[in-house]
Write a protein that binds this ligand. Structure first.
Ligand code: SF4
Length: 130
């Protein structure tokens, strides 16, 4: 029997879901007997594999990089499990949505709430417009 190819992905989340995953403690040993972790923040693997049986996705899609990542993950994974509130409902990451656009969030976070050298990050796509 071939071993399960398991991945975990970290998008816009605090990593608490991954920490909770590690709280499986001794059950991780049982999991290791059944599955190979082929991609994860726990493993130093840079490229998402061409084929994954099951992927756990933590966090919401919060920027352009996340969007590109999740499209690749969707394409190459047989089963995708939204892992935690941020992945399912947006949760903390979605608190900015009622503000309508990225601009008020950027102003509040990087100009109004900063004492030293306030400036808005200028990397394209770092925060989506909507
Ligand atoms: S649901 Fe979101 S806020 Fe809660 S632990 Fe997971 S990533 Fe963090």
């Amino acid at each position: 029997m071939s071993r399960l190819k398991l991945a975990t992905v970290w998008l816009g989340g605090c990593s608490g879901c991954h920490m909770s995953f590690l709280d499986l403690d001794e059950w991780l040993i049982d999991l290791a007997a059944q599955a190979d972790v082929v991609f994860s923040p726990f493993a130093d693997i840079k490229k998402y594999p061409e084929y994954v049986d099951v992927v756990l996705v933590e966090g919401a899609i919060a920027n352009e990089e996340h969007l590109e990542t999740i499209q690749i993950v969707r394409e190459r994974s047989q089963i995708l499990i939204s892992f935690g509130d941020c992945a399912v409902t947006g949760n903390v990451t979605a608190l900015r949505n009622p503000l309508g656009s990225a601009e008020p969030v950027l102003q509040r976070s990087y100009i109004q709430a900063v004492d030293l050298k306030p400036q808005i990050p200028h990397e394209p796509g770092i925060v989506p417009h909507y």
